[in-house]
Every structure is written in structure tokens, then in C-alpha cells.
Write a protein that binds this ligand. Structure first.
Ligand code: IPM
Ligand code: MN
Length: 339
């Protein structure tokens, strides 16, 4: 019996969470689901939520909208320091110590997609870069944001990426950056990751500029494998890759820290689809499979991935984004039938 915290989230969140829980339970794995709350306007990041997740060490999370408060989310730490956040999703990740985001994205037979064959894993540093939220105004008509890169955080993300590549028998890892312009920040990231690569001689390591990488992802998708990058590039290229494989609904993800793992899809809350039973649940279901891998339940994880692949390949019971007309619940039922 595993204890897993769940955040059902906003928009399509509750529907895809329900689908994911049903699929996981249908594998026979027994879980105790502890419901936690996030993003309420009066208390966007409750201390109780953090405590529940820390106790379980594991979270299944749907997309959450940041409440429009007009002020930052303030977290008081025990040592009397404060941290301010502008987005509740990033706040949660950072407070829980999640430092790296893993997003495996691949084309699937049965999905009409702009590219034929893409199979990449985006590994995204999560704690710094320009997403730390250190922004301020300079007078009325200017503002600035600070981009932070440290050797420590870059090394930790790079080490994770190479270990991931080794464990998953990936052959190539590309460090993605813009060090021709951001020589100090991206330069440090690139240098640090290149140093780490020397400990992994069996993995071919190279580097690419983020703009050129975007172009070549679209033109020569098959040439890429594991992609390591800083926070913002990872955010942007995740959505690019989801588009290239044909749907937002196909890009799962996981965030890891010390003794902490958060499983969440790469997409947002899709408010326009909410409550209509039309959302594609696959990205969160596949994030659930990543969660089972993490728990050592690799057999169940494999069965889920195979069932999803079969249902999509057959194409009879898929949601509108995949060219079908099935409801979320109907697609989920068929995935369960194929387990
Ligand atoms: C994502 C999302 C988040 C991010 C937002 C909601 C802060 O876009 O998970 O990709 O940028 O990380
Ligand atoms: Mn994003």
C-alpha cells in the first residue's frame, strides 16, 4: 500500500486526475490517496499541503491556476527568512526541493503529428535561471528580471541527466543553451554540464544553441535524444515537442528532489475544456506510469504505457485532440480494458 498525495487542480485537472487514479488502481496496485489543496486565493500554498506532501514524499498533481491576487505568494521559513513567489506551481516545486524536471515526449502511432519520429527526454533544471521570480520595477517605465545560474544547481541537474541517460540506456545527451549571448550564465551551465559529461564516456555528449535546437527539432526530430537545459528553455521546448508529437495531451512529466517526487503533465489547466469530459487524460496517466516506475512497480508502469499506446494506435476511442470523438471517461475505460 502506497501513500500518495493528490492535487486535483483546476480546469480539466479533476477529470484527468480521476482518470489517472482509476487506471493506476486497475493495475492492482493499492494506494491510499491523500487529497491536498493548492491555489486557493485566500491561502494559495497551505502549510498543511506542504506537510502532507513532505510526509508522503510523493505527489500526483494536476495543473493548478495561480490565483489572481495582485501580490506575491509569501512563504515564511523556520529560520525567519521569507521567499516570495509569483506562481503557485513553481512555489510548490521549490518549497518541496524539486530541482529537476523530466519530460519524455515521443510520437505515437495513430496520432497525426507534424513530425514522424521524435523520441526525446527533456531534462530541465528547475530551481534557477530566469524563473526564480526575482523581478522588479525600475521607475514607471522599466522592469528587470534576474537570471541566476550556479555551478551547484547546474551540476546537480547535469548529474541527474547523465544518470537518467545511463539508467534508460539513452545514447546521446545534448546540452542546450544560448552561451553565445549569455556568456556568463549559460556559459557556466554549459561548462559545468560538459565537465560532468566526462564521467559518462558511454554517452555521446554534444551541445546546441536553443534556437538552432528548436529548428532542428522540427526539421530533423529523429536526431535528438536526451536534452539538458535551464528552466526557461525547458519550459518552451517542452511545449514545442508536445506540438511536434501532435498533442499537449501526450507530454507527461516528473519533478525530482531529495526524497521527493512530483508527477505532473506538461500542459496547463485548459479552462476552455473544463467539465466537458473531453480532455485527453494521457499526459497525466503517463505521468502516473512514471510514478509507478519510481515506486519500483515497473511491470504495472509498462502495462499502462502499452495500454495507452494500443488505444491510441487503434484510434477508435480517443479524445478530440487525437482526432476522435470519445469522452475522457470512455477513453479511460478502454485503456483500463487493455491493461
Ligand atoms: C510547466 C508550466 C509551469 C512552468 C508554469 C505553470 C509555472 O508552464 O510546467 O511547464 O513554467 O514550469
Ligand atoms: Mn510550460
Amino acid at each position: 500500500m502506497y501513500t500518495i498525495t493528490v492535487i486535483r487542480g483546476d480546469g480539466i485537472g479533476p477529470e484527468i486526475t480521476e482518470a489517472t487514479i482509476r487506471v493506476i488502481e486497475a493495475t492492482g496496485i493499492e494506494c491510499r490517496w491523500v487529497e491536498a489543496h493548492l491555489g486557493r486565493p485566500d491561502d494559495p500554498l497551505p502549510a498543511e499541503t506542504l506537510a502532507q506532501i513532505r510526509a508522503a514524499g510523493i505527489l500526483l498533481k494536476a495543473p493548478v491556476m495561480t490565483p489572481k491576487m495582485g501580490r506575491k505568494i509569501v512563504v515564511e521559513h523556520d529560520d525567519r527568512t521569507q521567499r516570495l513567489y509569483s506562481n503557485v506551481n513553481t512555489a510548490l516545486r521549490l518549497e518541496l526541493g524539486a530541482y529537476v524536471n523530466v519530460r519524455p515526449i515521443r510520437t505515437m502511432v495513430g496520432v497525426r503529428s507534424p513530425v514522424q519520429s521524435l523520441d526525446v527526454v527533456i531534462i530541465r533544471e528547475l530551481t534557477e535561471d530566469i524563473y526564480s521570480g526575482y523581478e522588479h520595477r525600475i521607475g514607471e517605465d522599466a522592469a528587470e528580471a534576474i537570471k541566476i545560474v550556479t555551478r551547484q544547481a547546474s551540476e546537480r541537474a547535469a548529474r541527474f541527466a547523465f544518470e537518467y541517460a545511463r539508467r534508460h540506456r539513452r545514447r546521446r545527451l545534448s546540452i542546450i543553451h544560448k552561451a553565445n549571448v549569455l556568456q556568463l550564465t549559460d556559459g557556466l551551465f554549459l561548462r559545468t554540464a560538459t565537465e560532468v559529461s566526462r564521467d559518462y564516456p558511454e554517452i555521446q555528449c554534444d551541445e546546441a544553441m536553443v534556437d538552432s535546437c528548436a529548428y532542428h527539432l522540427a526539421r530533423h526530430p529523429e536526431q535528438w535524444d536526451v536534452l539538458l537545459m535551464a528552466n526557461q528553455y525547458g519550459d518552451i521546448l517542452s511545449d514545442l515537442c508536445a506540438g511536434l508529437v501532435g498533442s499537449f495531451g501526450l507530454a507527461p512529466g516528473a519533478n525530482f528532489g531529495e526524497g521527493m517526487a512530483i508527477f505532473e503533465a506538461s500542459h496547463g489547466a485548459a479552462l476552455d475544456l473544463a467539465g466537458q469530459n473531453r480532455a485527453n487524460p494521457v499526459a497525466l496517466i503517463l505521468s502516473g506510469a512514471m510514478m509507478l516506475d519510481h515506486l519500483g512497480e515497473t511491470g504495472a508502469a509498462h502495462r499502462i504505457r502499452e495500454a495507452v499506446r494500443t488505444v491510441i494506435r487503434e484510434g477508435r476511442t480517443v479524445t478530440p485532440d487525437l482526432g476522435g470523438s470519445a469522452k475522457t471517461t470512455a477513453m479511460t475505460n478502454v485503456i483500463i480494458d487493455h491493461l
